[in-house]
Design a binder for this molecule. Structure first.
Ligand code: 6GU
Length: 222
């Protein structure tokens, strides 16, 4: 999979080199391109934003600089993802869908967002355009949201996880977040013992216990 991100803060994407994502890149499963939006500015001050038509607070990112940055990235293979707190909520099924894509482009808005004509333009050219939010809170920009999405999406690509069984187990647990509590060595820690059942070797009973625990946890946390 090819993943491009356009941002005024390319440094935000340094963590792509680490851990799972770094390995996925080394092994050639994913390929990242990070593009500095400001390098596409055409005015003297490399300005990328301006005041909103109609008035109101804040600044809006100008369409032409986005057009210059995105045009060379867009093809029939591309899914363009515009990060905005007003977008569709990102979740595990959406991550699973995007993990099957061949090319994702993340457009990281800052300030009050990107001039809406950018979205309209690429839609009108029959590109797949998605406005996505990662949750009900407001971030300073789409960079961190992109990182969240990239991590959730790429770990679902075959070959990225060392142990594909953990993926299979997740999907058994509905969307992958109905997890049971886990324990490892030592058997006793600060007077808290590992639940007996997990030491029993009875895999049927263990599976039942874990399912019940996952439901208990879901009740508490939702
Ligand atoms: Cl995608 N962008 C911003 N700025 N804030 C957010 C978000 C995105 N998702 C949740 N909050």
């Amino acid at each position: 999979m090819r993943i491009d991100a356009v941002t005024i803060f390319p440094e935000y994407f340094a963590p792509l080199k680490l851990s799972l994502l770094g390995k996925a890149q080394e092994s050639g499963i994913v390929d990242f391109g990070i593009h500095d939006l400001r390098s596409f500015a055409t005015n003297v001050h490399n300005q990328v934003d301006d005041t909103p038509y109609g008035g109101g607070a804040g600044m809006v990112m100008m369409p032409e600089v986005w057009g210059q940055a995105l045009d060379p990235l867009m093809s029939t293979e591309t899914d363009l993802i515009i990060l905005t707190p007003a977008g569709k909520r990102f979740d595990q099924p959406m991550a699973a869908n995007f993990s099957k894509a061949s090319h994702l482009v993340f457009a990281c808005g800052r300030y009050e967002g990107i001039d809406d004509r950018v979205r309209q333009h690429y839609l009108s050219k029959n590109h797949r355009v998605h406005e996505v939010s990662i949750g009900d809170y407001v971030l300073g920009g789409g960079e961190v949201a992109s990182l969240v999405m990239i991590e959730a999406i790429t770990r679902l690509i075959p070959g990225v996880l060392g142990n594909p069984e953990s993926l299979a187990e997740e999907s058994h647990n509905e969307e992958g977040y109905l997890e049971y509590p886990n324990y490892t060595k030592p058997q006793n820690w600060r007077d808290i013992p590992v639940p007996e059942i997990l030491l029993s070797g009875n895999h049927g009973e263990i599976a039942k216990w874990r399912a019940a625990q996952a439901i208990e946890r879901a009740k508490e946390n939702f």
